[in-house]
Design a protein around this ligand. Structure first.
Ligand code: SAM
Length: 378
């Protein structure tokens, strides 16, 4: 095992830091980056995404299309309404399944718009299902939804509990938040890049550590990676897409699914301009230089490999489409809504606010180009 020079000290998140160092010691001085992310982001009580803090929004750590305002949910509702119509003939109840609902804003925005857009009869035939694996977040979501008084939104822990579903699935910025592995090209071989410990007297630091790849899925994933890259070239690999997609596949009879995220084609990710990979951490809208620093206090993410996601989906039998810019997707889906506003001449403050949000969502320099919509169906 080879230790690299990037490191950090424990600054304030003692419990999680202790837990991580303990586990590294138990596992012969190395844990995968995926395991580090699991503990840092999703430890049941101490993880960045599981503890009770504000993460998304302009006064928190990062913004998303959802946190810009109601416009995103409004447009998705218009788009989904058309898709759901095609399922109403086949089944009594249709569903909108959301992964990674965070505080429930998108669910409320979509259902709020559906309630105005659809007849009472059709609206009552929609079940909105939020899949939230973490208990503390489920509790917080249920409390929020109860206080808003919308009945047909449920929060479940696992999609495995559901079957025979007809409908749509949405995951906004979820794929990039799933724990991933890291690999590094060293001496003409791909090695796994994980996390180890550096000791200096009583002080411990988390550091990057390299090891021969032992995980079978990772071995078979890197087999086709280029071999003409510079020494030290680093990349991220998610080996869990297929598992996530297999639950989705077995729950739905008919599905139109959408993951919206930042990402790249596999070739773009293997370009030497990206020789350090795309992994990054954020806190309070700032880039955190060292992704291993302060576990539990930063968001950790990387660009999604869209080709790999599509290949994983197609292996299971899904039909996938080329990812398109959020700009193109939203502009097309918003056509009817924009025409209605134009025809009515309604320039109320509420409409103007929505139009401003729309501009932000589609602007090429903000979210319009960096986010892509990945559509798949069964
Ligand atoms: C970057 S946040 C996006 C939140 C929200 N969708 C938005 O756009 O504002 C990623 C979310 O995905 C959730 N998440 C991660 N893994 C998940 C999984 N396996 N199933 C459902 N949600 C998951 C996290 O807890 C977090 O709420």
């Amino acid at each position: 095992m080879l230790e690299q020079a990037t490191e950090l000290t424990n600054d304030g998140s003692e419990d999680l830091f202790d837990l991580i160092t303990h586990e590294i010691n138990e596992r012969d001085g190395f844990i995968s980056f995926e395991r580090f992310m699991e503990l840092s982001l999703y430890h049941p009580e101490l993880g960045y995404y599981t503890k009770n803090i504000e993460r998304v929004g302009k006064d928190a750590d990062f913004i998303t299309s959802v946190s810009i305002g109601k416009c995103y949910g409004l447009i998705l509702a218009h788009h989904f309404a058309k898709v759901l119509e095609t399922f109403f003939n086949s089944t009594e109840k249709v569903v909108v399944v959301e992964l990674g609902a965070e505080n429930g804003d998108l669910a409320l925005d979509i259902m709020g718009e559906f309630s105005m857009l659809l007849s009472k009869n059709l609206f009552e035939r929609i079940n909105y299902i939020i899949v939230e694996p973490f208990s503390l977040k489920r509790q917080a979501l249920r409390a929020r939804l109860n206080s808003e008084g919308i009945g047909n939104i449920s929060v479940i822990s696992d999609l495995k509990e559901e079957n025979n579903l007809y409908g749509v699935l949405i995951g906004n910025e979820v794929l990039d938040a799933l724990p991933f592995r890291r690999v590094r090209f060293r001496d003409k071989k791909w090695m796994e890049l994980g996390v180890g410990i550096n000791r200096n007297g009583n002080k411990m630091k988390l550091i990057e550590a390299e090891r021969r790849i032992q995980n079978d899925s990772l071995i078979s994933r890197v087999v086709d990676f280029p071999k003409d890259l510079p020494d030290g070239f680093t990349a991220e690999v998610n080996i869990n897409f297929e598992q996530l997609l297999s639950y989705i596949h077995s729950s739905f009879v008919k599905l139109e699914g959408y993951f919206v995220d930042y990402g790249s084609s596999h070739d773009e990710l293997m370009d030497i301009s990206r020789s350090n990979g795309t992994v990054r951490a954020y806190s309070r809208h700032q880039h955190v230089n060292n992704v291993l620093s302060s576990p539990g206090n930063n968001d950790i993410t990387s660009n999604v490999d869209f080709d790999w996601f599509r290949a994983s989906a197609e292996t299971l039998g899904f039909i996938t489409e080329e990812p398109i810019d959020q700009y193109r997707f939203l502009t097309k889906s918003a056509e009817q809504w924009l025409l209605c506003i134009e025809k009515s001449g309604d320039q109320s403050a509420k409409n103007m606010q929505l139009i401003n949000q729309f501009k932000m969502l589609i602007h090429p320099s903000t979210m319009g180009r960096s986010f892509k919509v990945l559509k798949f169906r069964k």
